[in-house]
Design a protein around this ligand. Structure first.
Ligand code: ADP
Length: 307
């Protein structure tokens, strides 16, 4: 294979109670990337459609992630990468993770899959480091493995794929303001109380158990975040109303997607996810906030080949 076109899914990180450790992949929104082998050594980004992002290899997350892979590879040619950027940067649904993932996953396919998924996550994390100063894995892991993933440990890196109940749908609304991950990290406190810890690990354990047991009520009871959400939600227009209205029409839970400003809700079934979308739209239309909205099944496959 000389060339591959890949779909790189958007992802929701944190998922309320799993700050920096939990994430899930979406189906209906993602970037597309074309990667081509070249005889010329190195990585070149030849084209970016849709967003104004750097073409320089060391300034684009796709380039940085690809270089991390090349460092561990004995392949002596190079690659060129085209990015059709459909996920807006700074939206909180893993825009940078999608590009990092697509680059390393696509190159690995072209090389005959010498690297494991865990190794690909490590390469893609270098792209995340460029985007937000922190090499976090909670977006790149679900983008690569699909479904929900838990980062049990960063050192050593230990990624646990979690089964996804088949009727789980996400609704994500993106108010058209940009919040940089690095900025939304700065406002967080660096310590938590014992009481906050107990609430959070109770909920995270409950959510994981709910996912394994297909127990939608337990999933709903567990989707709470008493640590990060109260601080970050201040940056997001009408967060409390969007969340309250989503729950009113039947969402299992709702919270900030990644570092925001996108807000997600999880629902049982597409019909409720649609109603949640209507309630979210109405809330922003009433106060004149522009938005994008996505409804998606949780994507159990992750990044994939298109052609
Ligand atoms: P998100 O959480 O949506 O990925 P971030 O704020 O974490 O948003 O990351 C976006 C940052 O990464 C921006 O500063 C953007 O310029 C930079 N960046 C570099 N290359 C890319 C790329 N290929 N896709 C998205 N963002 C990129």
């Amino acid at each position: 294979m000389e060339e591959i076109k890949v779909f790189c899914p958007a992802t929701i990180a944190n998922v309320s109670c799993g700050f920096d450790v939990l994430g899930l992949a979406l189906d209906s929104v993602g970037d597309e990337m074309t990667i081509r082998k070249t005889s010329e050594k190195g990585i070149r980004i030849t084209k970016i459609i849709g967003q104004d992002l750097p073409l320089e290899t060391d300034k684009n997350v796709a380039g940085v992630a690809a270089l991390a892979l090349m460092e561990k590879s004995d392949y002596d040619g190079g690659f060129e990468i085209e990015i059709d950027k459909r996920i807006k940067p700074g939206s909180g649904i893993g825009s940078s993770a999608a590009s990092s993932t697509g680059a390393v996953w696509g190159i690995n396919e072209l090389l005959g899959k010498p690297f494991s998924n865990l190794e690909l996550v490590k390469f893609a994390m270098q792209g995340e480091k460029l985007a937000s100063d922190v090499a976090h894995a909670d977006n790149v892991a679900p983008a690569i493995y699909g479904g929900f993933t838990l980062v049990r440990s960063y050192n050593p890196l230990d990624i646990i794929p979690i089964p996804t109940p088949s009727e789980l749908f996400a609704t994500v609304i993106h108010p058209q303001i940009e919040i940089k991950t690095s900025d939304s990290r700065k406002i967080l406190k660096t310590t938590i109380s014992m009481q906050q810890g107990i609430q959070q690990w109770g909920n995270l354990g409950g959510l994981i158990a709910g996912l394994f047991q297909n127990d939608y009520d337990l999933i709903g009871r567990s989707l709470h975040d008493h640590i990060v959400e109260p601080i970050r939600s201040i940056l997001i227009p009408a967060f409390d109303d969007i969340k309250a209205n989503a729950l009113k029409v039947g969402a299992l839970g709702s919270g900030i997607s990644g570092s925001g400003p996108s807000i997600f809700a999880l629902s049982k079934g597409e019909e409720i996810a649609q109603q949640v979308a209507e309630s979210m739209k109405e809330t922003y239309q009433n106060i004149g906030v522009d938005f994008d909205i996505h409804i998606s099944k949780v994507n159990s496959q992750g990044v994939k080949k298109i052609t």
